[in-house]
Design a protein around this ligand. Structure first.
Ligand code: ACO
Ligand code: KIV
Ligand code: MG
Length: 555
């Protein structure tokens, strides 16, 4: 048995009249990508400078206005990367680079050297404030830990004097989720006072779930508590930085927006330490799927995946929200049926907003239009097969025929597994369009005549082959199909009845092919079966469909 008794419950906080459960997210937060720092520091093989530059340029293209570019005082490569950005003039005027540093003088000094020439930067200082880290890592009292933060703030202020660009201070009480909220507030207020934060010159206070320790509602409570207790809320940009240890980082980030956060630090696809940082793309696409502008340019998920996988050397999971290869694919029958009907209803109603069962967004909106929404295996049903026939090949099978054909495809999928659209089309051809034995329709002549009672009737003469031998048949009816069916009934000595008839064009234009589907009943034994035929002439496609059905009845 798992030894759960080794673990204690993490504390919750007491928050009266919490507001966040009744709020809604109305606008996108300020996004800050920490891919090039927190994401990069968690890679087995950290990015090299050229990879970082490519990644940085992608983040700029995606519309990030705040980008943490590293920890320049930590290593030469981190330092060189920032210098490259500056010297190659790669930082657009509307993008603020952010640098992380511990509250230590020589590291802050080196950070400012790396920043030389940057027009606007966020200097992000941090120190751990949790009860556990105070005890086992630093061996310091609350006051002494607070002093580290104050000292760090003083150092940035001092170095800033000789710096030509603009500096915004960010302070993180690292391991915030393990810190008593009132103590974290005390430390942050000391930083704000030391800096002299104002509405005009606010400080970013970043409250990291350095380790996600509780359910997302507890994080939301902590954020709302902080938001309500800050002395001068206007002098603060309240930022969150969730990690995903319990798998709830996206939920925690979203709830924290309800609770008053203004800004989110995270990474693409949730790369980062251990189970990762919060996935900014998922939050952004969640906003978009609720009709809120995410303020990021996310129209082409495939491009993002390509750069991310190459630079980070991490594959995006096939089930990753919005990005995974299979997330817009339905294998199961009832889902396929509902998707098929939903898409059809949207088209018929000319609906401007998206509403399709099992597809929270239109895959085309994120650049995924070319992949199959519906894939066919043994879990699939008639709706899925009908969807493939329509969306891939333009055949709108009548309802009864969907069932008949899906049964044929299911027999195949039960033996071989997934059936590709091309194979489905091949089977359709084999089963219906090329059902030409024993009766093969060749040509027909149609005459409209009046009988002695002045009633119109259609006389048809059909040239056909029976087992390869040319023959003719004649029939009279109230239209070509009726006449042909009567003529054929005589030849095969069976009483036939056309139960249903459908046709539609396969392409547009004067030379377009049409397809006809005929549902034919053998009145003697009650068997009913479909046939299909195509031609640029509707009469010919109908007669081919009729012959296809007769041949299939004979099978
Ligand atoms: C949650 C996070 O992601 S935080 C960011 C983590 N990322 C990184 O650490 C990556 C880059 N860091 C590094 O390469 C190194 O840590 C360096 C270069 C910055 C510093 O290296 P070193 O000084 O050799 O080692 P180290 O980081 O272990 O420093 C430990 C000392 O700094 C102190 N310290 C640690 N963090 C901080 C801090 N935020 N502010 C002030 N002092 C700190 C420790 O108490 C310890 O002090 P001690 O030597 O008196 O015991
Ligand atoms: C540096 C801090 C903000 C951090 O990455 C964390 O606490 O997770
Ligand atoms: Mg982090």
């Amino acid at each position: 048995m798992l030894n759960y008794a080794r673990y204690k419950k993490n504390p919750v906080i007491s928050l009266s009249e919490r507001q966040w459960p009744d709020n809604q997210i109305e606008k996108a937060p300020v996004w800050c990508s920490v891919d090039l720092r927190d994401g990069n520091q968690a890679l087995i093989e950290p990015m090299v400078v050229e990879e970082k530059i490519e990644f940085f340029q992608m983040l700029v293209k995606l519309g990030f206005k705040e980008i943490e570019v590293g920890f320049p005082s930590a290593s030469q490569i981190e330092y060189d990367f920032l210098r490259q950005l500056v010297e190659r003039n790669l930082i657009p005027d509307d993008v603020i680079v952010q640098v992380l540093v511990q509250c230590r003088e020589h590291l802050i000094e080196r950070t400012f050297e790396a920043l030389n020439g940057v027009k606007k930067a966020i200097v992000h200082i941090y120190n751990s404030t949790s009860a556990l880290q105070r005890d086992v890592v630093f061996g310091k009292s609350k006051e002494e830990i607070k002093e580290i933060a104050i000292e760090g703030t003083k150092l940035v202020k001092q170095k800033m004097k000789d710096f030509e660009g603009k500096i915004i201070l960010e302070y993180s009480p690292e391991s915030f989720t393990g810190t008593e909220v009132d103590y974290a507030l005390d430390v942050c207020e000391a930083v704000l006072d030391e800096w002299g934060a104002t509405k005009e010159e606010p400080v970013i206070i970043n409250l990291p779930a350095t380790v996600e320790m509780n359910t997302p509602n507890v994080y939301a409570d902590q954020i709302e508590w902080f938001h309500r207790h800050l002395k001068n809320r206007e002098a603060v940009i309240l930022s969150v930085h969730p990690h995903n240890d319990r798998g709830c980082a996206v939920a925690a980030a979203e709830l924290s927006l309800l609770a008053g956060a203004d800004r989110i630090e995270g990474t693409l696809f949730g790369n980062g330490e251990r189970t990762g940082n919060v996935d900014i793309l998922t939050i952004a696409y969640n906003l978009f799927s609720q009709g809120v502008n995410p303020n990021l340019n996310l129209e082409n998920i495939n491009e993002i995946i390509e750069v991310y996988e190459r630079c980070c050397k991490i594959p995006v999971h096939i089930r990753h929200p919005y990005a995974g290869k299979l997330v817009f694919t339905a294998f199961s029958g009832s889902h396929q049926d509902a998707i098929n009907k939903g898409i059809k209803a949207m088209k018929e109603r000319n609906q401007s907003y998206w509403e399709v069962p099992y597809l929270p967004i239109d895959p085309a909106d994120v650049g995924r239009k070319y992949e199959p929404i519906v894939r066919i295996n043994s879990q699939s049903g008639k709706g899925g097969v009908a969807f493939i026939m329509d969306s891939c090949f333009g055949f709108k099978l009548p309802k009864g025929m969907q069932k008949e054909f899906a049964k044929i495809i299911q027999e195949i999928s039960e033996k071989q597994g997934e059936v590709a659209p091309e194979q489905i089309m091949e089977e359709f051809k084999k089963e219906y369009l090329e059902a030409k034995e024993p009766f093969h329709f060749c040509q027909c002549k149609i005459e409209e005549k009046m009988d002695e009672n002045n009633r119109e009737s259609t006389h048809i003469t059909i040239l056909y082959k029976e087992n390869g031998i040319e023959k003719t048949l004649e029939g009279i009816g109230n239209g070509p199909i009726d006449a042909a069916q009567k003529g054929i009934s005589n030849i095969i000595s069976r009483k036939l009845k056309v139960l249903d008839y459908n046709e539609h064009a396969l392409q547009s234009g004067s030379n377009a092919q049409a397809v006809t589907y005929i549902h034919l009943l053998d009145e003697e034994n009650g068997n009913a079966i479909y046939g299909a035929g195509i031609s640029s002439n509707i009469t010919r496609s109908s007669l081919r469909a009729l012959f296809s059905a007769i041949n299939r009845l004979n099978k």
